[in-house]
Design a protein around this ligand. Sequence first.
Ligand code: PEP
Ligand code: MN
Length: 360
Amino acid sequence: MNITAENRKWLDDFKLSHPLVIAGPCSAETEEQVLKIAHELKDSDVSIYRAGIWKPRTRPGGFEGVGVIGLKWLQKAKAETGLLMATEVANAAHVKLALEHDIDVLWIGARTTVNPFAVQEIADALQGTDKIVLVKNPVNPDLALWIGGVERLYNAGIKKLGVIHRGFSTYDKTKYRNIPEWQLAIELQSRFPDLPLICDPSHITGRRDMIQEVSQQALDLNYDGLIIETHIDPDNAWSDAAQQVTPTVLKQIFQDLRIRKETDDADEYNNRLARFRVDIDEYDGKLLEILGKRMKVADKIGALKKEKNVAVLQNKRWNEILGKMILDGEEKGLSEEFILKIFKAIHQESISHQEKIING
Ligand code: PEP
Ligand code: MN
């Protein structure tokens, strides 16, 4: 897949002096709700209005969207406000209806991106159209599957592509609804610099009081835009109530966000940055050295366990280590989440070293 600067043109054509903003309710609920929110967002930084018409829900029985009637409301909102309209499509029938109702931007939801059959069906249905198509990351942190989804659309001749980073499901409870795993999106950005990258802080956080912070993080990582769920009465929204903000709060978020330049040619800046990078490189080298040493000790323990015929995994010892590291980490300004992640990875590597010795 060769995504060139040509693909970025759809974004450049908005001629914005700030990141692209897509906003609107999680779901279209009533005609009045759709129109009211659209009017409140009309003279703001918002360029594209979002509303889900078909809602993929984790369990049956919840509100599954108003269906095709909602497309008529979006058409009306577009005529009245001039905003471009965006909705989620999950199959060929949705695409057909969205095209018939002149929807400008189609996005593929996280639960659809995981399914190559569904994405291919959507790509086939979109062949020959000039719609903007945004692919959300799959629910699982699988970069190849995400890229594969984009590739199916690219192969179908879609020339206005973008991606939405909405975070990833985990079994572990974290402060996020879907953990961001920023490094995955950053890798995608560096491999496809002309594929606009949009952050969805609403679905990453699941709670409105964290939207500002995560939006700022995304802008600091040079994201091209934000998609933020916005509702006139968030607490009574029919879906995703906890994460939606009012149009007034959304406008305040824009005011408070700091948009930083991607680079600055001033020597002073470059010199200071270079020095910081030297420090970082040095610490990274030290980390590797220490990890190597630690694994050598693990090897020795493996040899001892083999000699005495003892099991590799010693749960009591491991839980003691973790508890201590979380406390010590806190003192050094390291989050519990980070400590757990890094020590679980180190532990896993120790175990595989020891397995090799015991079975080798
Ligand atoms: C949505 O945007 O409302 C939605 C269902 O998102 P996701 O596919 O990210 O869960
Ligand atoms: Mn939602």
